[in-house]
Design a protein around this ligand. Structure first.
Ligand code: THU
Length: 133
């Protein structure tokens, strides 16, 4: 699947966002080796700290269907942002443990701008399970 297609899936996921507080809808899509795609959108709450980002929802969605780190090929994230949307710090920490370090992460916006990165670049020196041994 081409990056543009995965970004389109993330855009479709974005339509499912529940974001009445920030009015900032985000969509994410994870492509797996078997061709399956798992979607996530941000889901907010009147108790603001309970808001959950699109990236983590997509990742947890995939894990709940039995997928694991080694099954993932790529992640795409889309929002209506002035530059391709970049994952928050909390999502970077979660991705650094549950998503392959070098797998492409496509950042996009509704203007059609896109960038490619990976979690190794987005979160260098991540705190990992090895740090507790
Ligand atoms: N948000 C995401 O879903 N992903 C990001 O990478 C950045 C922020 C959500 C959280 C909240 O619902 C809204 O965007 C505003 O921060």
């Amino acid at each position: 699947m081409e990056p543009i297609e995965l970004l389109e899936k993330a855009k479709q996921a974005r339509a499912l966002s529940y974001s009445p507080y920030s009015h900032f809808a985000v969509g994410a899509a994870i492509l797996c080796k078997d061709g399956s795609v798992y979607l996530g959108a941000n889901i907010e709450n009147a108790s603001y700290p309970l808001c959950m980002c699109a990236e983590r929802n997509a990742l947890y969605h995939a894990y709940m269907e039995g997928k694991k780190k080694e099954d993932f090929v790529a992640l795409a994230i889309v929002a209506d942002s002035p530059r391709p949307v970049s994952p928050c710090g909390a999502c970077r920490q979660v991705l650094s443990e549950l998503f392959p370090q070098k797998a492409p992460i496509y950042l996009g916006n509704l203007a059609g701008e896109k960038e490619e990165t990976n979690i190794e670049t987005l979160l260098p020196y991540a705190f990992m399970d090895e740090d507790m041994k």
